[in-house]
Design a protein around this ligand. Structure first.
Ligand SMILES: Nc1ncnc2c1ncn2[C@@H]1O[C@H](COP(=O)(O)OP(=O)(O)OP(=O)(O)O)[C@@H](O)[C@H]1O
Ligand SMILES: [Mg+2]
Length: 249
């Protein structure tokens, strides 16, 4: 068992397959394996978790993998400018600059910092219509927090339903969210609209803080449901899965 885990740990990042287009790969074979092969195309995925749990890095990892697979990618970001996102991705060895130059990886920064942003925050339905006008196959929103914290429950459900409808017209959408922005009941309703649901956590395991990802739901991949993965984020690499036994040690 020990040996097997060591072996797994040493597995290096494997470049995504260029042929398989029914799932988005993360560009990291180990993560893909844990999530049942990858994120199914034309699906809506919710990535939830607290601060610094790895939501942004996970979307960057998937954006990089998807771009390598030949998908066109649009990234809405409330955390970065185009330049800072490219720099951040580059620091994790997700070099998407060529895709960016070729227009295959588009970045849409949504400015939320500064004093007047409260008045300026676009409504959820504006974001949904903007997404509808975009042509990219993969759409990432990192993060939805500021939009939902001022929206009514009805607007939130309508937004996720609109995203789901967009998935029926060939889009694969991933949305990050702090789970505390919703009540448990709302969270359950939102999760039920999504096809996939990844829950990131920072957990204390024997006096050590460990990042974990629970694959709570992935459409069409029954076996992965409930999978818990411990990982760390390594500069120049991205997500690195660590065996749970090591995480606890
Ligand atoms: N380029 C990098 N090199 C090393 N570590 C990084 C890098 N980028 C992010 N990290 C680390 O990865 C962890 C997760 O960061 P990430 O930004 O993905 O969290 P998050 O869940 O999006 O948090 P937030 O809710 O605040 O946006 C943090 O501990 C962060 O310090
Ligand atoms: Mg983030």
């Amino acid at each position: 068992m020990e040996e097997e885990e060591e072996e797994e740990e040493e597995e290096i990042k494997i470049t995504a397959s260029y042929e398989q287009k029914d799932v988005l790969t993360s560009g990291n074979a180990e993560i893909d394996k844990k999530i049942g092969g990858g994120i199914p195309v034309c699906s809506l995925t919710l990535i939830e978790g607290p601060n610094a749990a790895g939501k942004s890095v996970l979307t960057q990892q998937i954006a990089w993998g998807a771009a390598q697979q030949g998908f066109t990618v649009a990234s809405y970001t409330t955390e970065n400018t185009a330049k800072s996102l490219l720099k951040q991705m580059d620091s994790l060895a997700f070099d998407v600059s060529d895709y960016f130059i070729l227009g295959k990886f588009k970045i849409y920064p949504i400015r939320v910092r500064g004093t007047e942003w409260m008045e300026d925050v676009p409504f959820l339905n504006h974001i949904a219509s903007d997404m509808e006008r975009k042509e990219e196959e993969v759409i990432l929103i990192d993060s939805l927090n500021v939009f939902v914290s001022h929206a009514s429950e009805r607007d939130v459900i309508d937004f996720f339903t609109a995203c789901k409808n967009l998935c029926d017209s060939n889009r694969t959408i991933l949305i990050t969210l702090h789970d505390y922005v919703f009540s448990e009941e709302m969270l359950t309703r939102v999760r039920s609209i999504c096809d996939a649901h990844l829950s990131l956590r920072i957990e204390e395991m024997e006096n050590k803080l460990v990042k974990t990802m629970k694959v709570a739901k992935i459409r069409g991949a029954q076996k992965t449901t409930g999978n818990i993965i411990a990982f760390e984020i390594e500069p120049g690499f991205g997500f690195r899965i660590i065996p749970l036994s090591k995480a606890k040690a």
